[in-house]
Ligand binder design. Structure first.
Ligand SMILES: Nc1ncnc2c1ncn2[C@@H]1O[C@H](COP(=O)(O)OP(=O)(O)OP(=O)(O)O)[C@@H](O)[C@H]1O
Length: 324
């Protein structure tokens, strides 16, 4: 097979009889290099990618930052059609879409935060004979609407739905720490769109949750992948607050001695975030707060400023990890 390494969708070959498209490992590696600049797949990425490209469901358990997104981003460029990514985290969608577009991969997200004319353009593309989109990020709430299901049905009937990727899939389980009722409606994806593989992704390792995700999403004999949660590059140190004379002073020293690195300080309460952030700013460390009490616009600005190193420290509640 001839690979065209320009930023265009690659030709794919068909596995005889199955109707599924397959690419050799080296071709997938070329895609990884071409679009993302990485030479090797990490951990279980390749297995997950191969599973969904061959039409098989997959449950993928990887730690935060383990590279889960690649498991659906590579299929999006390797296979014709649209990958629908269902995520509860609007800030994460915005962030990923921006990154993908910079890499020349057509991606969009649909959410309540978007302007009407932007949504219209996306719908026009989806309705066109040949949509240019490769990845569409949506919330589970949108998937639950009749009008969006009708749009998906049209795409499905034209053979344009290549994969459903359910990010933060533990949210479907009432045993999980982050249960979201809207996720329960996702079971209809399997009944409405048989034959479209489903990739469930999570960093929540509890076996009860895993079983629940698999049965709630009606995954059919999924490939279950579980990556190691050991992160040898991370150094852990516990300091007991009760044993410190002045917690804020200790933290300030730690941040100053760490040099110019991006840091996150998690606090239990929003008021502590506000208090600590102004303390750090007063003492020469640029910081901002991030919690669910801020507007989504402000939260996006803080995330952008932190990612671009405009600010050194984000003082946040768990809303930051969940990117609420
Ligand atoms: N094969 C790879 N080689 C090197 N870096 C990679 C590879 N795959 C992914 N990455 C990088 O690892 C980082 C984390 O990836 P990603 O955001 O997909 O993790 P994640 O598992 O989705 O994390 P989270 O649970 O926070 O959503 C990204 O910067 C991504 O570009």
């Amino acid at each position: 097979m001839q690979l065209v390494m320009k930023k265009s969708i690659l030709p794919v070959k068909t596995e005889k009889g199955s109707g599924n498209k397959i690419l050799a490992e080296e071709d997938l590696q070329k895609l990884l290099k071409c679009y993302f600049g990485y030479s090797e797949f990490r951990g279980k990425q390749l297995q997950a990618i191969n599973a969904v490209l061959s039409g098989r469901d997959c449950f993928c358990l990887m730690p935060t930052g383990g590279g889960k997104s690649m498991c659906y981003q590579i299929p999006a460029v390797a296979k014709l059609g649209i990958v629908l990514v269902i995520s509860p985290l609007i800030a994460l969608m915005e962030n990923q879409v921006e990154t993908l577009r910079k890499k020349g991969i057509p991606a969009e997200f649909l959410s309540s935060t978007q302007a009407v004319h932007v949504k219209q353009k996306i719908h026009e593309d989806l309705n066109s004979g040949k949509p240019s989109l490769r990845l569409l990020y949506v919330t589970p709430e949108l998937v639950a609407t009749v009008s969006f299901m009708a749009k998906l049905t049209k795409l499905y009937d034209r053979g344009l739905l290549s994969l459903f990727a359910v990010d933060e899939a533990h949210c479907i389980s009432s045993w999980g720490h982050d249960f979201r009722p809207s996720f329960c409606k996702l079971s209809s994806l399997r009944s409405h769109f048989p034959g479209v593989p489903i990739l469930a992704l999570t960093a929540t390792a509890v076996p009860k949750v895993q079983k629940d995700v698999i049965s709630s999403l009606c995954l059919h004999q999924p490939l279950v992948l579980s990556a190691s949660f050991n992160r040898p590059n991370i150094y852990y140190e516990v300091r007991y607050k009760d044993l410190l004379k002045d917690t804020y002073a200790d933290l300030l020293n730690l941040l100053k001695s760490s040099g110019n690195v991006c840091s996150i300080v998690y606090c239990h309460e929003r008021s502590t975030c506000d208090d600590l952030s102004s303390h750090l700013s007063k003492h020469g460390i640029s910081s901002a707060v991030y919690h669910a009490g801020l507007s989504s616009k402000l939260r996006s600005t803080v995330l952008d400023d932190w990612l671009s190193s405009k600010i050194e420290v984000v003082v946040a509640t768990v809303a930051f990890g969940k990117r609420l």
